[in-house]
Design a protein around this ligand. Structure first.
Ligand SMILES: [Fe+2]
Length: 330
């Protein structure tokens, strides 16, 4: 069932729309004779298509559309203007950006029906794609949660480090937030690595290393299917977080600035966190030794500029570490 919101000061016109639209089958038709009342309805209800006259008072059709599009989640709702007003006379930014279709009155019923049908179809498809994207996001979230359950604390601590580094190099607040959300996805490709390799206590054979290294590309393959900008960033990070600044990393042996900035950020934060943490196969390194390692990796493993910024924010990083250890102790 799709909903059509129609606003026109002529009751006969509204009745005519309803009659024609009935031919499309499952349509809920919501008629209003004033823009004000229609806007109040729209604040609490969703429409799949809006039909609107321009010559309305006191709020004109375009003013209505302007307010309507600013409502939460309504920016993509298709709008068809059917009006006695001339298209050229009312062209303005709202018209250009928000009116998806335009018909001059008196509207030919066949043309009206054809256009309404196509706008509703597009709308239906968009909603379907949106749902698919949400499902994918959900799956990714679940997969992230399950694979990283054991390392949960580490992974979120690392996301905080990454956000602090993003802030230190003046990325926008939005980018910092994206980095924070995308960082925990960096090792998601490990779902493709068998436990025998993943959990092996001893040294990996060359063949096993190869399997392990495949997690970068595997993570990218999983995440890159999404249109969500955060998950897209996750895909970029998954693919590039084991690249090294001097070109000796994997999977693509990228060098310097050819490595995406997000991958270079995660490379540092990932290593920093790993060295500073206790693992089944190693004790936690003391801080001076960790810093030493970062300095030695400057320009080899890591982007030199990022190492400098990272070392500058060390007090903040240690605050995060402490907050997490306190949490653990509590
Ligand atoms: Fe990794």
């Amino acid at each position: 069932m799709q909903t059509v919101l129609a606003i026109d000061d002529g009751i006969k016109t509204l009745q005519a729309y309803e009659r024609v639209l009935q031919q499309l089958g499952k349509i809920e038709f919501v008629p209003y004779t004033t823009t004000r009342a229609a806007l109040m309805w729209a604040e609490n209800n969703e429409a799949d298509l809006v039909l609107i006259e321009q010559d309305l008072e006191p709020m004109t059709g375009l003013q209505f559309v302007d307010s309507f599009k600013k409502l939460k989640g309504r920016s993509q709702t298709p709008v068809m203007m059917i009006t006695g007003a001339n298209e050229n006379e009312i062209r303005n930014p709202t018209f250009e950006t928000h009116i998806d279709d335009f018909l001059q009155k008196p509207a030919d019923p066949i043309r009206f029906l054809a256009r309404a049908r196509s706008l509703l179809k597009v709308r239906e498809r968009e909603i379907m794609l949106e749902r698919q994207a949400l499902t994918l996001e959900d799956e990714v979230r679940k997969a992230t949660a399950s694979i990283l359950q054991a390392e949960e604390e580490t992974i979120f601590r690392m996301a905080h480090y990454a956000r602090l580094l993003a802030a230190a190099i003046d990325l926008s607040t939005k980018q910092q937030e994206y980095v924070f959300l995308a960082a925990p996805m960096h090792d998601i490709g490990k779902v493709a690595v068998p436990d025998s390799v993943l959990l092996k206590p001893g040294k990996l054979t060359p063949k096993e290393w190869e399997v392990m290294r495949a997690h970068a590309k595997a993570g990218y393959d999983i995440l890159s299917q999404s249109d969500s900008p955060v998950i897209q960033m996750g895909a970029e990070i998954a693919l590039s977080h084991h690249e090294k600044y001097d070109g000796s990393g994997y999977p693509n042996g990228l060098k310097g600035p050819d490595i995406p900035l997000t991958g270079r950020i995660i490379a540092i934060t990932d290593v920093f966190d790993a060295l500073l943490s206790q693992r089944p196969y190693k004790p936690a390194w003391p801080l001076p030794q960790v810093v030493q390692n970062l300095r030695e990796g400057r320009g080899r493993h890591f982007d030199p500029m990022l190492v400098d910024s990272f070392l500058e924010i060390m007090p903040d990083l240690l605050k995060v570490k402490k907050a997490f250890s306190d949490q653990e102790a509590a």
